[in-house]
Design a protein around this ligand. Structure first.
Ligand code: UD1
Length: 423
């Protein structure tokens, strides 16, 4: 199994470029099921989850052509048998495979699939009830047995849907699916993430009638067909925030984080002000300089525009380097703090109050260890910890990191990091 070998405590400075957003890219491939004509998509991060998404479309007889790095053209099938089943081997590999279900149902009238895989960060398997309940409300028949689902709907009808929990993918999935429902659908208690706004803008440019994306209530008028078009993936705010916290924690900059949208990370900059990080925001970049004394600060994860759960793990590592105590409250997932056990093994002073809360007492000197990446975001946090630690760290199971970060080792080496990939 491939692993990273990292020798820590090297000064990190220079420039690093942010990739296109994973959480935007993963929606464009399922969206293609709804459009007639070609979709040309650029700034696509070449990460494992995107490869799985492309394979999913190919398995459904679509042509996904790489034009050049980061640019793909998606063409609808020109023949072949219409398929109604999502391949289990792919669905098992990533949670965002759930995004194919609504568009399949809306465009083909039926779809079958197993329970989606992905990061193990919630209790048991991550639920899909918000999706199933909403499809049911739109008139779909749902047959579920032994973790396998069969959904059918001759014609979807518009519905008033209130999400009992705020979910990014459920909001996006229903926004897409409702494009082909008869009448006007209203979605309430929607997620507000910038990736949702970007998706709605693209859908509207293809002929959809969506209003309110980026607010808690979204209205979608059913239409007959959608055209293809051109879509540029927005920069990955999670990656930008992760690099910013790495630069702040290593405190050896300056580090310039390029090709990002600082406006998407206001919750992080607000914390940086309290911690005392020396940073400058530009229109499309952020510069992290050296800071005098870094102070600890409590945080609670929250849906956008609050502090993203996907940034919680690098923030926890940053708090091991700051002066004082910080309470980290992970409100969204109940397994996302378990990785802190690895930080404790590296020398961090962390007390777990319960599965949702840890107290980090800093600063601590970290030392290298042999570790296993438990999931995507925790994996990247362990890389940051390893870059700060004295000595050698080996991180196994890096497929989890490659799922969401493109050539991370290569880009970090550009800052002066000593990180090698062993096949
Ligand atoms: C998206 C992001 C992910 C991020 C998360 C929260 C993508 C591909 N992924 O995931 O990186 O960590 O938002 O910002 O965009 N829930 C239910 N029932 C459901 C669906 C979700 O109860 O049917 C709950 C979950 O247990 C969790 C919350 O809703 O408590 C949000 O989770 P989830 O919807 O899984 O996040 P995603 O939208 O998949």
């Amino acid at each position: 199994m491939a692993k990273f070998v990292i020798h820590g405590r090297k000064p990190l400075k220079g420039e690093i470029e942010v990739s296109g957003a994973k959480n935007a890219a993963l929606k464009i491939f399922p969206l293609a099921l709804l459009t007639r004509g070609t979709i040309r998509v650029s700034n696509v991060p070449e990460i494992e989850d995107v490869s799985r998404s492309r394979e999913m479309l190919t398995a459904l007889n679509y042509e996904v052509k790489k034009i050049k790095k980061g640019i793909f053209e998606i063409n609808p099938p020109t023949g072949g048998q219409k398929k109604f089943e999502l391949p289990s081997n792919l669905v098992n590999k990533f949670r965002a495979s759930i995004m194919f279900v609504g568009p399949m149902l809306a465009s083909r009238g039926k779809v079958s699939f197993p329970h989606p895989g992905g990061c193990v960060i919630g209790a048991g398997t991550r639920p899909i009830d918000l999706f199933l309940d909403s499809f049911h409300k739109m008139g779909a028949k749902i047959n579920a047995a032994s973790n396998y689902y069969r959904l059918t709907a001759k014609k979807l009808k518009a519905a008033d849907i209130f999400f009992s929990k705020i979910s990014v993918t459920a909001t996006e999935s229903l926004m897409m699916t409702a494009c082909f429902a008869q009448g006007e659908t209203t979605l309430k208690n929607c997620a507000l993430e910038p990736e949702i706004v970007s998706l709605a803008e693209f859908l509207n440019s293809c002929g959809a009638k969506i209003q309110g994306a980026g607010t808690a209530t979204i209205k979608i008028k059913g239409i007959k067909k959608l055209r293809g078009g051109e879509y540029k993936i927005i920069p990955d705010r999670i990656e930008a925030g992760t690099f910013a916290m790495l630069a702040a924690a290593s405190n050896s900059g300056p580090v310039l984080i390029k090709n990002c949208v600082p406006e998407h990370l206001e919750a992080l900059w607000n914390l940086f002000d309290k911690i005392g990080v020396n940073y400058v925001l530009n229109k499309n970049s952020v510069k992290i300089g050296r800071s005098k004394k870094l102070l600890s600060c409590d945080v609670s994860t929250h849906e956008y525009p609050g502090f993203a759960t996907d940034l919680q793990s690098p923030y926890t590592v940053l708090m091991t380097q700051t002066h004082g105590s910080s309470l980290i409250h992970e409100t969204i997932y109940d397994r996302r703090l378990l990785f802190t056990d690895s930080l404790t093994q590296m020398g961090a002073n962390i007390i777990m109050a319960d599965p949702h809360r840890v107290v980090v007492n800093g600063p601590s000197k970290l030392h290298g260890r042999k570790l296993v990446s438990p999931d995507l975001r925790a994996g990247v946090a362990l890389i940051i910890a390893a870059l700060l630690a004295q000595g050698k760290t080996e991180i196994d199971n890096i497929y989890q990191i490659d799922r969401g970060y493109e050539r991370l080792d290569e880009r970090l080496r550009g800052l002066g990091a000593d990180i090698k990939r062993l096949a």
